[in-house]
Write a protein that binds this ligand. Structure first.
Ligand SMILES: Nc1ncnc2c1ncn2[C@@H]1O[C@H](C[S@+](CC[C@H]([NH3+])C(=O)[O-])CC(=O)[O-])[C@@H](O)[C@H]1O
Ligand SMILES: O=C(O)C(=O)Cc1ccccc1
Length: 252
């Protein structure tokens, strides 16, 4: 089956792992950026529910005169959800990603979205990007790509930059405490991918490509670290199989 071309104006189908390829770590390069909306929708159970809920959560917690950050913004799906949830003209919205291929396309998506709140895009590492006066920060499936020993420092910087009453929306693929649950949830995730048209070869090659660079942790680990860096409450507001979204709240 041939892929749809960009010239047709149709969304591109992810066939990146459809033929046998050399084992190589996954990278957010131009070929991934081209098919990313299709890839993430067919690969992450709940993604299409989480995105509109990021708008709802943003609207609930955004504060006038504050900054909002989307860390690991990719093509801007979570950024635009945040934008639509911000009713104040004196807020700033910043999207950060270290893939220039992603950000180039993100810029385009933002320009097509007719809305008055400007979006600033930074091609930077989320670990060093400047953060301050934050009411809503989103890490929608980004922390899992940061090396585990670096994760606490990033979350500490976010917590320190978060205003009283502010939040972090943290979505992650998680791992489970027991082998039984880990195997069962992984199997269900693979069935979800199969139902979305991925073959066994695509599933196994993608799994090998992400295993060294995308490292899931347990919910208990996420909770205790979020509390250790200064968030007062951590709740799970969404879960489908091994994909979870948490809300970490700093009390007012
Ligand atoms: N250290 C880093 N610094 C900056 N960017 C990074 C880093 N590590 C990874 N990224 C970026 O984080 C994004 C993760 S995708 C986010 C989806 C989006 N939030 C969405 O709601 O559509 C999730 C996924 O592919 O599963 C990619 O664009 C990377 O370039
Ligand atoms: O595809 C998978 O199996 C995943 O776990 C999610 C994913 C989605 C997009 C890029 C990398 C990983």
């Amino acid at each position: 089956m041939s892929n749809r071309t960009e010239d047709s104006g149709q969304p591109m189908t992810d066939r990146l792992f459809a033929t046998e390829r050399n084992p190589e770590d996954f990278r957010f390069d131009a070929s991934v950026a081209r098919v990313f909306p299709d890839m993430i929708r067919r690969s992450v159970p709940g993604y299409t529910t989480i995105i509109p809920m990021i708008e709802v959560i943003t609207e609930q917690y955004v504060q006038p005169g504050s900054n909002c950050y989307d860390l690991g913004c990719s093509l801007g799906a979570s950024t635009l959800a945040m934008r639509h949830g911000i009713p104040y003209r004196d807020c700033t919205l910043v999207g950060v990603d270290n893939s220039s291929d992603m950000l180039e396309r993100c810029q385009h998506h933002i320009a097509l979205d007719d809305h008055e709140l400007p979006v600033t895009l930074r091609c930077e590492d989320v670990q060093t990007t400047e953060l301050s006066k934050a009411s809503v920060t989103t890490l929608n499936f980004t922390l899992q790509f940061v090396e585990p020993p670096q994760r606490e420092a990033l979350l500490q910087r976010i917590a320190d930059a978060t205003l009283p009453g502010g939040v972090l929306i943290l979505s992650e693929k998680i791992r489970f405490e027991t082998d039984f649950e880990q195997d069962t949830q992984t199997c269900l995730h693979h069935e979800f991918k199969r139902a979305n048209g991925y073959s066994d070869l695509e599933i196994s090659q993608k799994r090998a490509a992400i295993e060294n660079i995308m490292i899931p942790e347990t919910l208990a680990k996420h909770r205790s670290r979020l509390q250790a860096v200064g968030f007062d409450e951590v709740l799970v507001w969404y879960q489908c199989f091994n994909f979870v979204s948490m809300l970490a709240i700093k009390k007012a």
